[in-house]
Design a protein around this ligand. Sequence first.
Ligand SMILES: [Ca+2]
Ligand SMILES: [Zn+2]
Length: 216
Amino acid sequence: MKFESSRLPEIVRKALVMKNTALIWAIIAFSIAFVVAGPNLTPDVRNFAIEIGYQAQLYEIQDACITPGTHNVLRFDFLSKNMGDSDFVVGRPVDRPDLFYYDPAHQHYHMKQFNQYKLYDTKGNLVIPSTKPGFCLDDAEQVLPNAGPAKFPSSCLATEIMGISAGWADVYYADLPCQFLVIDGVPDGDYTLVASTNTAQAVPEDTFADNTISRG
Ligand SMILES: [Ca+2]
Ligand SMILES: [Zn+2]
């Protein structure tokens, strides 16, 4: 939410000089309507766990997020929270082929590279690139106490509008397919997970300044 702190006091000050209560209230109402704006996604991560010797599943191999065999994986929950004042609405996959693709392994539609997870070392070198290819948004968890009811189901259908309601989060739980980074051969040490949402900024938000987080 954009709040132009320098403007409001100036407007209110001028209105007070005019000693016109109705005008003050009109200006305050207009200012609130102006600053209470659109959707705003911000990411979060939690529940980190390293799994040694994970057996890659066929549908994960088909999605190219892992190769056949056993691997060591770093798992975590990823949340894309809509902390804004209005719903984050992407639209229907059938209308937006620029944003969605059909995943034959899942037999439904995903958003392309909507969220990204990358692992960096302490020198800022990319150690593990993002590999989870697709995302199907829905209202999974309420994150603001004043949020309305959930509106967006997890259907991933071509003709269903995909989105995240204001005050709700889309969540990828740590045990979901491809919800990990493969860390085979990564030596012990300190690393930073950099996670982003609406990464391509293809859907408008109040601000993109809070769309990437780092967790050491
Ligand atoms: Ca944002
Ligand atoms: Zn899917």
